[in-house]
Design a protein around this ligand. Structure first.
Ligand SMILES: [Zn+2]
Length: 372
């Protein structure tokens, strides 16, 4: 691609074509047209950009740009000043909050301790992040509560169903030896942002947010649309998933939560990306286990069973996190099942089974790495 804009002195700030910049750094250039993002994979570093967003990441750490990259005349341009940040090694990147722990260099591993009395605290500085360490603490988040009923069915409110399932799940998991925390164990209102904060305070290994799905449609549609679905925090790919996230996020705008909005902006997605990457594998691993254990249940599967969307409640969680839509409260069959004790216990059993399998999978994975 020939380029003479650089050599011209224009009134506009000098800018550089990113493809030639990639060549200058001996890096590979990749363009992702759907997301409008691009990467430069240089020998030392990987840079990621998004058109219209004044940030880039270098190896996952975000760096502010003087200007957002622009798409113009079939080329992508960034400011010359910003290009220097790619070519120069001197830029200091802001580390992301949860950089993965460095592999221990000093000592290979702790000597195996014989079953000594367990001393719980004080905690050493975190050696391993949630998702790569053994699974112990499960945070269950029953959605809604108090003044926020959640979706309303013919007979019940979402907030009551999810609380009932959460309590049964707590019992199951505690019996299996997990340390279990509930973001609410009563009919109280808790802001979306506060839920993830609690999970972080408890240093959870897995965050499970429980909800019931609903559609606002004709009786005929309500009869047809049913089923469970599991969600991870990921840019939504369908309008349906987007709509579900908007409905679940509406509580924040409805009840005046600070910084309330019902959708994540492209900039927020971009900034979140490095952190989401850390928990992506394990969040999906848990959804796989959920799919297995829900397979032959009374409630049907909705679509593929797994979706991604911008659920605010998952945004702040520094751990693998999954939002479960147990079934459609707007569907009579699903609702009738979810309001019975049998149905609630069955749902709790299935989730608990998935948590156990997830725990085992993480444990085996650690063994293959020689971490145990
Ligand atoms: Zn909900």
């Amino acid at each position: 691609m020939l380029l003479f804009a650089c050599s011209l002195t224009l009134a506009a700030p000098a800018r550089v074509d990113v493809e030639s910049l990639a060549r200058d750094t001996k890096g590979a250039f990749h363009w992702y047209p759907v997301q409008k993002t691009f990467t430069i994979v240089a020998p030392q570093d990987t840079f990621k950009f998004a058109v219209g967003i004044p940030y880039m990441t270098r190896n996952g750490s975000s760096i502010e740009l003087s200007q957002a990259p622009q798409l113009e005349n079939g080329h992508i341009w960034i400011a010359e000043d910003d290009a220097k940040k790619v070519t120069s090694k001197a830029v200091v990147a802001t580390p992301v909050e949860t950089a993965p722990a460095k592999p221990a260099e000093a000592k290979p591993a702790e000597p195996a301790k014989p079953a000594a009395p367990v001393v719980v605290k004080p905690k050493p500085p975190k050696q391993e992040i949630a998702g790569s360490r053994e699974v112990r603490t499960i945070v269950i988040d029953p959605g809604h509560g108090g003044k926020d009923p959640g979706a309303q069915g013919k007979k019940a409110n979402e907030k009551d169903i999810v609380l009932a399932v959460a309590k049964l799940l707590r019992k199951n998991l505690a019996d299996e030896g997990f340390n279990v925390k509930l973001t609410r164990s009563k009919d109280v209102f808790i802001e979306l942002g506060q839920r993830a904060n609690l999970a972080n305070q408890w240093d959870g290994d897995l965050f499970i947010s429980l909800h019931c799905n609903a559609i606002d449609a004709s009786e005929e549609r309500k009869r047809i649309i049913q089923g469970y679905q599991f969600y991870v925090l990921r840019a939504p790919e369908s309008e349906e998933d987007k709509a579900i996230a908007r409905r679940e996020n509406a509580v924040a705008t409805l009840y005046g939560e600070k910084n309330a909005k019902d959708e994540l902006s492209p900039l927020e997605w971009f900034k979140l990306e490095a952190r989401l990457e850390q928990y992506k594998q394990t969040s999906y691993l848990f959804t796989e286990k959920l799919l297995d254990s829900f397979e032959d249940g009374k409630i049907k599967r909705m679509g593929t069973g797994v979706g991604g969307a911008g659920f605010m409640v998952l945004v702040g969680a520094m751990m693998p996190a999954v939002l479960i839509e147990l079934g459609f409260i707007s569907n009579e069959e699903d609702e009738n099942y979810m309001i019975t004790r049998t149905g609630q216990q069955d749902l709790a059993d299935r989730i608990a089974e998935a948590v156990s399998k997830y725990k085992d999978a993480v444990h085996s994975y650690r063994e293959t790495l020689g971490r145990n």
